[in-house]
Design a protein around this ligand. Structure first.
Ligand code: NAD
Ligand code: MG
Length: 390
């Protein structure tokens, strides 16, 4: 029986890599639904190729355009958040690949869980915004949350076969991004093009900026806290510029188990889709002798203020991580739009977090409300900053 996939965010970096895996294994996977945001032309090509029964787009206008292009009654096109939710929970799918970017992934991912789908989770913002609620819903529905993020896949792989509570800590590795060695004074004036030029990974714009600030690692610390039920002090971060060791688990006897591989997201995506099996992938083999060395260092807190902010949000608990994430989404967009400088990113997020009155996180509505508050507050902070600059 082929496994049915619901694919949210099909036109993005993770979405396209997922479809490459489907291409390599048409006997194993079939596509039940696809969703896309802005790149409608690409979505149209994907729909023609994979023929899902349901497709989701952002607006009614996009849906009309797609229907007219497709001229195919067997393929239903829906739109908006309601459409995303339907695609996430589409009948016939066994696993939902959550690969939308940002907190917009939360509601559809929850809908997939409630519909009893296993989740291949790329959208880390879902766990940052509402981690304890998402994990509780998955337990209640008996579905698996399978990590796609390479670090969490590495931890998940390094935990296979372990019994009991033997983990001392996990070590998330981070490439350090393009500014690992840029001197602090020069960081003030780095350009968008420099920030988008990631040394090891090719990814969507938002996560590429998050990698340059290391907020990506901060979000991953929070993701690991919920995925693996760890205390924040059990989660460490090492800079490892080669991105070969994808993360490690240290056990109570001092043994450390790591997962290694070439940096290509197809590997962790495929593991999430085929778990507990492993499938063939057309990737270059890892050649450690050619690489020669793997190096490690501690992240510099002055350079990477966002990492400390993520730990702080975890410590504050409740709605704080949702606000951290919302503030980050807004400032990253502002940086992409040329409205703020690179070093304003951590400052603005810290200000939003400082202004937040932390509330308990009892429902998804609490998380969504904190998300809205964080966005609004951060927009105001950016506008106030522009006033000062003028
Ligand atoms: P991307 O920007 O390349 O793609 C995002 C996808 O989501 C696109 O299909 C886009 O159309 C859609 N989308 C964006 N905003 C939307 C909205 N509001 N509503 C509906 N659809 C929307 O992003 P990506 O790099 O593929 O990352 C996707 C997720 O996976 C992110 O959460 C990211 O942190 C995570 N992730 C990505 C990588 C990677 O290598 N790219 C690695 C680890 C984790
Ligand atoms: Mg990652």
């Amino acid at each position: 029986m082929r496994k049915g996939l619901a694919l949210l965010g099909a036109t993005g970096s993770i979405g396209c890599s997922t479809l490459e895996i489907v291409d390599a294994h048409p006997d194993r996977f079939r596509v039940c639904s696809l969703t896309g945001g802005r790149n409608l032309q690409r979505l149209l090509e994907q729909v023609r190729c994979y023929r899902p029964s349901l497709v989701g787009v952002l607006t009614a206008r996009d849906a009309e355009w797609l229907r007219a292009e497709l001229r195919d009654d067997a393929i239903e096109v829906c739109h908006g958040e309601e459409g995303l939710v339907r695609c996430a929970a589409v009948p016939g799918a066994d696993i939902t690949v959550s690969a939308i970017v940002g907190a917009a992934g939360l509601v559809p991912t929850m809908a997939a869980i409630e519909a009893g789908k296993d989740i291949a989770l790329a959208n880390k913002e879902t766990l940052v915004t509402a981690g304890p609620l998402v994990m509780a819903a998955a337990r209640r529905r008996g579905v698996s949350i399978l990590p796609v993020d390479s670090e969490h896949s590495a931890i998940f792989q390094s935990l296979q076969g372990q019994q009991g509570n033997a983990v001392r800590r996990v070590i998330l590795t981070a490439s350090g991004g393009p500014f690992r060695e840029t001197c602090l004074a020069d960081l003030q004036s780095v350009t968008l093009a420099q920030a988008l030029n990631h040394p090891n990974w090719s990814m969507g714009q938002k996560i590429t900026i998050d990698s340059a600030t290391m907020m990506n690692k901060g979000l991953e610390v929070i993701e690991a806290r919920w995925l693996f039920d760890l205390e924040p002090r059990q989660i460490d971060v090492h800079i490892h510029p080669q991105s070969i060791i994808h993360s490690m688990v240290e056990y109570r006897d001092g043994s450390v188990i790591a997962q290694l591989g070439v940096p290509d997201m197809k590997a962790p995506i495929a593991y999430a889709l085929s778990y507990p099996e492993r499938i063939e992938l057309p990737l270059a083999p890892l050649d450690l002798c050619r690489l020669g060395q793997l190096t490690f260092s501690e992240p510099d807190p002055k350079r990477f203020g966002c990492l400390g902010l993520a730990y702080r949000a975890l410590e504050l608990g409740g709605t704080a991580p949702a606000v951290l994430n919302a503030a980050n989404e807004v400032v990253v967009q502002a940086f992409l739009d040329g409205l703020i400088g690179f070093m304003e990113i951590p400052k603005l997020i810290a200000s939003a977090l400082d202004r937040h009155q932390v509330q308990a996180l009892d429902s998804i509505d609490d998380a969504l409300q904190a998300d809205r508050w964080g966005r609004e507050q951060t927009r105001q902070l950016i506008e106030a900053g522009e006033e000062v600059a003028r």
